[in-house]
Write a protein that binds this ligand. Structure first.
Ligand code: DP6
Length: 324
């Protein structure tokens, strides 16, 4: 009863921000993502008859508190489904090319859901694994698939089964996501907390709920045609609209740092020089830039010169979860 899975992080092109139901972890808006090749998590789950309690380690350190509860909740779901009464030993390792700053719950929960499903001898159905990952962290649902995936918004009827679905494989479009790492360290406000605070107190929250599905539709239409301008413009507006919503919450949530602005200005300057480059950001200060693969080196070179940018990585579309 032991299995290992690998999953990669994904970056949302149109953002998930806000929950339709906190308990069921249902997103209030649809999102589309790109799974990346380089940011990989490998997780082994072993259900053992000789263990009293789950033992979870991440990068060699025992996990405690709230992060442990989130992992145990995934294990419980799998145990319930498999009618299994065994504690699990879980080892997880992030193979990220650089240390702090990009640790992602998406690759982690996708690998965990897949490894636990296989270790419990349940049939591997991508949709079901995606739904389990989504309950832990909604963005993780998208990392089950390679290339471009969509997580629809949740409704009460879709409670337990809401999952991401594949849109286009990793060979659909020869693009890169160039990542500019700015200020390293843990995020100031978790996405879960940021979303709830935005819902409770941001005067822009309803406008965001109204705009997000339209931006998502525009983005998907552009993606089908591999139209960088259409995708890039919808992607940037999805990011600016969600950050504006969070910034207007009370207390205000500000994920930007000075090098974030420098990187965003660099992206605009690249466009003024005729290079197709568009920025997106998550709940943190790093800037991720979408461009054609043929311009990735130039984009990376410009971002390296932006004041305060610590490191730049060029990533490509990556594959979905793999059992080993
Ligand atoms: C800004 O998936 O981390 O990266 O479901 O509460 O765990 P929870 O949130 P999470 O949120 C990701 C938010 C985002 C946008 C995105 O990835 O779509």
């Amino acid at each position: 009863m032991k299995a290992t899975a690998r999953a990669r992080a994904n970056i949302a092109l149109s953002k998930y921000w806000g929950k339709a139901n906190v308990e069921l972890n249902l997103p209030a808006v649809p999102s589309v993502s790109l799974t990346l090749d380089k940011l990989l998590t490998e997780t082994t789950v072993h259900f053992r008859s000789d263990l009293d309690d789950d033992r979870i380690s991440l990068d060699g350190t025992l996990v405690q508190g709230r992060p442990r509860e989130r992992v145990v909740a995934v294990l419980n779901r799998i145990r319930e489904r498999a009618k299994l009464d065994r504690a699990a030993e879980v080892w997880s390792k992030n193979h990220f090319p650089t240390a702090a700053g990009l640790a992602s719950s998406a690759s982690g929960f996708a690998a965990l859901a897949a490894a636990a499903t296989a270790a419990a001898d349940l049939p591997f159905r991508a949709r079901e694994v995606s739904a389990v990952a989504r309950q832990a962290s909604a963005s993780a649902a998208r990392s089950i698939y390679g290339g471009f995936a969509e997580l629809p918004r949740g409704t009460d009827r879709s409670s337990d089964t809401l999952a991401a679905k594949p849109l286009h494989g990793e060979d659909h479009w020869d693009v890169c996501m160039v990542i500019a790492l700015t200020v390293l360290g843990p995020k100031e406000v978790s996405s879960t907390e940021g979303m709830e605070r935005s819902r409770r107190s941001s005067p822009f929250y309803d406008a965001w709920l109204d705009a997000a599905p339209k931006l998502n539709r525009r983005l998907k239409a552009g993606l089908r045609k591999r139209d960088l301008v259409a995708v890039g413009e919808a992607m940037e507006q999805s990011t600016t609209a969600f950050h504006a919503t969070a910034f207007a919450a009370h207390p205000s949530i500000l994920y930007f740092q000075p090098p974030t602005i420098a990187a965003l200005r660099t992206v605009r300057a690249l466009r003024n020089r005729g290079i197709g480059a568009y920025a997106t950001m998550d709940a943190g200060p790093h800037v991720k830039v979408l461009c054609e693969a043929s311009s990735a080196r130039r984009v990376a070179g410009a971002l390296r010169k932006a004041e305060g940018v610590q490191k730049v990585l060029i990533t490509r579309p990556g594959s979905g979860v793999e059992l080993r």
